[in-house]
Write a protein of this length. Structure first.
Length: 444
């Protein structure tokens, strides 16, 4: 979206026109049936199959899998029921001289017409977004909303709303605001078409490495994970620094992998579309590696070596990027990515509760978040259309160095594996398998 402040609207004196009303309805029964099938395929069925597959494979039923499965089923079912059945009968969407009023659940949102930056169709769905420049009081709701086409009574309901809005803007505020809608629509569509290849590549590498873990039965012992490059604090103290890179692509269990990749593919893909590929490489590499390094340093001197694996440090680095963007663009929500304060509260409370689990590597998560935030201060765009502090050439060069270091880390792992005897590998970690699960942290 446009990172520049919206142009000041020149109000002209015109006669009041009658308000345009577009009728809405409850979610129709056909949509409810489709949602029920979608819930079964994407929520209930995988949640029920994961513990069964684990039992078939290991002949033991993990309480971890059962707990996560129940949480998935409960949250999906509750959200579905609230969305489909608990909402009151909606009132119509109204476009008048100053506002676009739309019902959302039990509330009625009023968007000030001059503050609307995006009003477009996504297929037949209605997409709205409004913001206000810094230092100016908002006259209407600031934020976004999507109204599915099936919620409109007529097949052209969303189109009628956009048409009425554009006509009212052109008549009352001038063609400039209509042109701004078109420009922001092009920017938003271009944003959505960008493919997050870096995030996809990182996720694919995690899957490949996890396949190697299963093939070598590395999950059955700490020694097996250490041999594949886990972040063993005593080994890092012995200057095997490449482990802080390779450990990011290892995972301690299937649910550990699933939770981390789910967060990475959703939030990370959003950040990559905004920052671009080179900057995303830097964010993931710095937050993941520095998170693992901080975890190892925190265990130096412990009688029992710490063993840490997982890409959750990089996931928290992505959250650090979102935090920086939310603070920088809090007054306007244009040019950056914003997470509502309520969502940050949910993330902090959720991760604070999960971090009390002994096996969770809190140090890596905190260090990854800080590293991601600091990196974002250097590579992310700034308000007012200003470029990032680091020039694009510098960012590309640094991303290339990060890629080379990652390759060298895996080369060092292969060399170490071929030159280290089985006895020394087994005696390094004894029985202290403290594999760290992810916190399950997601975007707002």
């Amino acid at each position: 979206m446009d990172g520049r402040d919206p142009p000041a609207a020149e109000t002209t004196t015109v006669e009041a026109e009658p308000a345009v009303e577009v009728a809405l309805r409850r979610t129709p029964p056909t949509r409810r049936r489709r949602h029920a099938l979608l819930l079964l395929l994407l929520g209930v069925l995988p949640a029920a199959l994961m513990p069964l597959l684990w039992f078939w494979w290991r002949r033991t039923l993990s309480t971890e899998f059962v707990g996560v499965a129940l949480i998935m089923v409960g949250m999906a079912s509750l959200g579905w029921l609230v969305w489909l059945y608990a909402l009151p009968a909606p009132s119509p969407v109204v476009v008048d001289d100053g506002f676009l009023t739309i019902p959302l659940g039990r509330r009625r949102l009023r968007f000030s017409l001059p503050e609307i930056l995006v009003a477009r169709l996504d297929g037949r769905d209605l997409v709205l977004f409004a913001a206000t420049p810094p230092g100016v009081a908002a006259h209407g709701h600031v934020g976004g909303v999507l109204v599915p086409a099936s919620c409109f009574v007529g097949p052209t309901g969303a189109h009628d709303v956009v048409t009425a809005l554009r006509a009212r803007l052109a008549t009352r505020y001038g063609q400039g605001l209509v042109d701004r809608l078109d420009d922001n629509e092009r920017r938003q569509l271009a944003f959505q078409r960008r493919r997050p290849l870096v995030v996809w590549g990182a996720a694919a590498l995690c899957l490949v490495v996890f396949g190697i873990e299963l093939w070598t039965d590395a999950l059955s012992s700490a020694g097996g994970l250490t041999a594949l490059g886990a972040n063993a604090s005593d080994r890092v103290a012995a200057f095997e620094l490449w482990r802080v890179v390779t450990a990011n692509f290892l995972h301690g269990s299937l649910i550990h992998l699933f939770m981390n990749l789910a967060a990475l593919l959703s939030t990370g893909a959003l950040v990559e579309r905004w920052l671009g590929r080179p900057a995303t490489v830097l964010v993931l590499w710095c937050s993941g590696s520095l998170g693992q390094l901080a975890s190892a340093i925190g265990a130096f001197g412990d009688e029992v070596p710490r063993l840490s694996v997982g890409i959750s440090g990089a996931v928290f680095g992505v959250l650090g990027v979102l935090f920086v963007s939310s603070v920088r663009f809090r007054g306007q929500a244009t040019g950056g990515l914003r997470v509502p304060v309520t969502m940050w509260i949910v993330l902090i409370v959720t991760n604070g509760a999960i971090s009390t689990i002994p096996i969770v590597d809190v140090t890596a998560h905190i260090a990854g978040f800080v590293a991601g935030a600091v990196t974002a201060l250097l590579v992310a765009p700034r308000p007012g259309g200003r470029r990032a502090l680091l020039a694009p050439k510098v960012v590309r060069a640094a991303a290339a160095v990060a890629g080379i270091l990652t390759v060298l880390a895996f080369v060092a792992l292969l060399v170490s594996t071929t030159t280290t005897s089985t006895t020394s590998t087994t005696s390094t970690t004894s029985t202290t398998d403290t594999r760290h699960l992810p916190t399950g942290a997601e975007p707002g």
